[in-house]
Design a protein around this ligand. Structure first.
Ligand code: SF4
Ligand code: SF4
Ligand SMILES: [Zn+2]
Length: 486
């Protein structure tokens, strides 16, 4: 008789029940490894058993859990007490294990598109704009929590449709934000004469986080509701003309645009203004009209494998977990120079990334890095101008790269980021979420994953019911306000 399980029991976690359609009860979840895949076995007392795929590469998953592990950095203060336990106490409660590496300020619910998949449910007529005073309050919360916030994204909806968009940028510029980004679909940049020029007045320290999902009109129509091919090319053209830094952001759906991952990277590398590409598998949140989560869900390890398969630039040790949130973010760096691309991450010792809070990889001081890369670069027989500015990253959880002999435009980043939904939710992992949204009242910083599950407008009653099951309202109020746990 077989007495051994056919899987390796790896961990015990907690998740959410994603059945019926969103029960959202916190449920026990066993993490198992089987055939180099990672699954979560969940059990809801009402809806029974669920087995979900977390990762298609158990070795990479274990690296994230066991190697790229570093001390958590804390926010300046916590905004809620612990009472119902994670994830029903956002945000940020003292149980959270990461500060805001990146904060989103949603200045409007409206958008000039109505994409079939949109986690903010935006459209030209939905919701409203935040007032300038409300936006200022939201920004001030981020500054109070972070001191000098690493990255703040002005987001929406589509932030550029806000009637006071430029006044909001003026306000952001007055605050000590290290890197400011605008999370945009590019429609105004592409179509409106003078808009890119006006934006360019805010350079430097402003970058576009530019939607760029596909080159195929069918895929764009499926993901965005219309064929935006002209918008994509025109927006890039206008940014290139001004050497305006941009990150291309691709929302991925299996079988829709996952075959274009290599092509998007190649295209990005050829564009003067593009400093990197971020790939983001679609989550089940908000409006998911054309998205079938059963067949079109894509895991982060599949994104990583597609990058390796569809380009000839990177090898496995070039794309590694980001230590402050290894379950959800991977990164790869390259230097591009005179048409050539030189991967950088393979030369990094994981220790450089996990020891200390904010490490800087000083290119000139790292003999191996310098030798390996400089030899290659100079062997092309090319010369390069020296710039005084250093190469920096735009996610604080990524190492800073200081290389005074190169310009920021020589650096190219590949980022993969997934936002968990109820299906693949992990209480352990969400505590390390480092992408936070400011709530519309400007009082709380809420992890993007839990914001989309529990804390948006219209979700109050569901959250109330879930909390009531945990602590019935007749129970005496006993919220625990803990100091920073050390
Ligand atoms: S996600 Fe973070 S802030 Fe929210 S309840 Fe869990 S630990 Fe607290
Ligand atoms: S996904 Fe972005 S571009 Fe599309 S409707 Fe939503 S906010 Fe607008
Ligand atoms: Zn359930």
């Amino acid at each position: 008789m077989e007495k051994t399980r056919n899987y390796l029991y790896y961990d015990q976690d907690e998740s959410l029940c994603s059945k019926d359609p969103d029960c959202l009860r916190r449920v026990p979840a066993k993490v198992i490894l089987k055939d180099n895949r990672v699954f979560m076995d969940k059990y809801c007392r009402e809806h029974g058993h669920e087995r979900v795929l977390l990762s298609t590469d158990a070795n990479y998953y274990r690296q994230g859990r066991e190697v790229f592990l570093k001390h958590s950095e804390m926010p300046g203060f916590f905004q809620t007490k612990m009472k119902y336990n994670c994830p029903y106490d956002c945000g940020l409660c003292p149980d959270h294990e990461q500060h805001s590496c990146l904060t989103l300020i949603e200045i409007t619910d409206r958008c000039n598109l109505s994409c079939p998949t949109c986690f903010t449910l935006s459209s030209p007529s939905s919701g409203s704009h935040r007032s300038l005073d409300e936006v200022k309050k939201m920004m001030d919360l981020v500054v109070r929590s972070e001191g000098e916030p690493d990255v703040v994204q002005i987001s929406g909806g589509e932030p550029t449709v806000h009637p006071q968009f430029f006044e909001i940028l003026d306000e952001a510029k007055k605050r000590p934000i290290k890197n400011l980004m605008v999370n945009t679909n590019g429609v105004r940049i592409a179509r409106e004469p003078g808009f890119a020029d006006r934006l360019a007045q805010y350079m430097p320290r402003l970058e576009m986080y530019l939607q760029f999902d596909s080159f195929k009109s069918e895929a764009l129509t499926k993901i965005r509701g219309e064929d935006l091919t002209d918008v994509r090319y025109k927006a890039i053209e206008h940014l290139n003309e001004r050497n305006f830094p941009a990150t291309l952001v691709s929302t991925l759906q299996r079988g829709v645009n996952t075959d274009e991952i290599g092509k998007i990277i190649k295209y990005g590398l050829e564009q003067r203004s593009v400093r990197g590409v971020t790939f983001q598998p679609t989550q089940r949140a908000g409006r998911n009209d054309n998205f079938n989560p059963v067949t079109e869900r894509y895991t982060l390890t599949e994104v990583r494998q597609a990058i390796l398969d569809q380009t000839s630039i990177f090898q496995p040790n070039d794309i590694i977990p980001v230590p402050c949130n290894p379950d959800s973010i991977f990164m790869g760096y390259a230097l591009r120079f005179n048409g050539q691309v030189h991967p950088l991450t393979r030369y990094l010792d994981p220790k450089t990334l996990i020891e200390g809070a904010r490490n800087t990889i000083v290119f000139e001081h790292d003999p191996q890095l310098r030798k390996s890369l400089m030899m290659k670069i100079f062997s092309t027989g090319s010369s390069h101008e020296t710039a005084s500015d250093s190469l920096q990253t735009l996610l604080c959880c990524l190492p800073q790269v200081s290389a005074p002999s190169f310009k920021y435009e020589n650096l190219f980043r590949i980022i993969g980021i997934r936002f968990m939904d109820a299906y693949d939710f992990s209480v352990r992992a969400v505590k390390k979420s480092c992408v936070h949204i400011v709530d519309p009242k400007g009082e709380k910083l809420i992890p993007i994953e839990t914001m989309n599950l529990f804390y948006r407008q219209g979700m109050e009653e569901k959250l109330r019911q879930l909390r009531e099951e945990i602590v019935p309202s007749e129970t005496p109020q006993r919220g625990v306000a803990l100091p920073i746990l050390r």
